[in-house]
Design a protein around this ligand. Structure first.
Ligand code: ASP
Length: 442
């Protein structure tokens, strides 16, 4: 069984393992704390602007074979990337035969998932050799079912058993195996998920996700100049922010660790001295912390507003409206409601092709007094634990918007008490985020 030693699972993203110099940084980080006993690598990422990620080259290999084009064009680039790391680090594994085997499998028509997964597989082999750690193929410990859904329980049981001996181990990210033996990958960026799965299985104290930024920013740096970093955030707050478009971590990577209460820390491989962002289950709202945790949003929503006197007493009214959207295959994002009104906020792109149909059906089935559609709406969430129960926050937010001359088209506080959501015209999107940031952060 697992010892009582503190244990940390680390995951290094593609840019953290893009070349030999990055491998050395990773080793230094691992050596600095003996608790870092499990490492999940991504495939080599971009080394400079304009460079191509190995995963993208591997998908290009698959396309080349499928389209009857020359495999050597993309494959020689893959080969060169690994050979360079192998050579510069003076590694001893037989890279040539690994590459030749993969090359032959590709030529004989291996599928896209197999091809893409080799990026992590090879990087894992190189890293294990460099560290002199055990290599554990993800195909032995990460399982999918026949329908290619991740089998979390089987994975957890097998992984726990195979990793229980505390031996420092490299487990490649991004892929696993189906019962048929076929390799299957998570969606892009999925090594984050593997890291979280390993953290859960070995009951890690912390899941460290090493990347090329020093944590999450409070707002999009393309909108707010030099936004502050978020030092601590809860999983629930992060979920709200990532839903709204902020992204650093794969969304599905939160669940395995969240479930068992293991905190995740986002750290920067190029600046290991930075503390990064700590994501945990619950955090006390300390007086020293900022009132808000972050601001994120999206443009391009359509709001379908339905008005009908006495709507509140008409049983099934909301269901009828939502069913119309459901039948068109459109999911709704928000649904603020008043006494005699209800608004359904949907993606403008998803709504456009069904517009006539939806309007017609609402008129026919729900017989509203009025039906209005506002297109080109932005939804902005201001997120912060404790913010909502802290009186005066909403007033500050709306005063800031009013001072900036921004018209609030919609307000939705949701029931999570974690965020205040406002709807504004797309043209006011950036100004709104700046006004809110300025008010709360300065
Ligand atoms: N290499 C894969 C990708 O580029 C998975 C990952 O990096 O997490 O999406």
């Amino acid at each position: 069984m697992f010892s009582n030693h503190k244990c940390i699972v680390t995951k290094f993203g593609g840019s953290s393992l893009a070349d030999a110099a990055q491998f050395r940084k990773v080793r230094d980080i691992l050596m600095r704390d003996p608790a870092r006993r499990y490492v999940v690598p991504s495939a080599p990422g971009r080394r400079f602007d304009g460079d191509t990620k190995v995963t993208d080259l591997l998908y290009a290999c698959h396309r080349a074979v499928r389209n009857g084009e020359d495999l050597e064009v993309p494959f020689s680039q893959v080969r060169a990337r690994y050979e360079e790391i192998h050579r510069e680090l003076g590694l001893s594994i037989d890279l040539d035969s690994e590459l030749n085997h993969i090359h032959d499998k590709m030529l004989s028509g291996a599928d896209a998932d197999y091809c893409a997964s080799r990026g992590e597989y090879l990087n894992g082999l190189l890293l294990a050799d460099f560290l002199s750690w055990r290599f554990m193929d993800a195909a032995k410990v990460v399982f999918f079912d026949d329908a290619s859904n991740f089998d979390s329980e089987k994975t957890n049981v097998v992984m726990m058993a195979l990793l229980a001996d505390d031996t420092p181990t490299v487990i490649p990210g991004f892929y696993g195996v189906c019962p048929s033996g076929r390799i299957h990958t998570f969606s892009r960026g999925g090594s984050d998920i593997t890291g979280a799965i390993v953290a859960r299985a070995v009951r890690a104290e912390t899941y460290e996700n090493w990347t090329d930024v020093s944590g999450f920013l409070m707002a999009d740096p393309r909108i707010v100049e030099h936004p502050q970093e978020i030092s601590r955030i809860t999983y629930a707050e992060l979920r709200e922010l990532s839903y709204m478009g902020a992204s650093v971590l794969h969304e599905d990577a939160m669940f395995p660790v969240h479930k068992v209460g293991i905190p995740t820390v986002i750290r920067n491989t190029n600046h290991p001295e930075d503390e990064g962002t700590l994501i945990s289950l619950a955090l006390p709202a300390l007086p020293t912390e900022p009132t808000i945790t972050g601001i994120a949003g999206h443009k391009g929503f359509s709001v379908v507003a339905v008005e009908k006197a006495m709507m509140n007493s008409e049983i099934g009214f909301g269901r009828k409206v939502l069913q119309i959207f459901e039948e068109c295959g459109i999911s709704f994002e928000h649904m603020p409601s008043g006494i005699d009104s209800l608004s359904v906020v949907v993606s403008g792109e998803a709504f456009a092709p069904h517009r006539e149909e939806i309007v017609g059906k609402i008129a026919e089935i729900c017989e509203p007094d009025a039906l209005t559609i506002h297109d080109n709406m932005s939804i902005i969430a201001t997120v912060g634990r404790g913010m909502v129960s802290n009186c005066g926050t909403a007033a500050r937010l709306f005063s800031a918007m009013s001072r900036a001359g921004i018209n609030v088209r919609m307000i939705d506080q949701g029931s999570s008490e974690l965020s205040i959501i406002v709807g504004v015209d797309d043209q006011d999107f950036e100004r709104t985020i700046r006004a809110i940031y300025q008010e709360f952060v300065g």
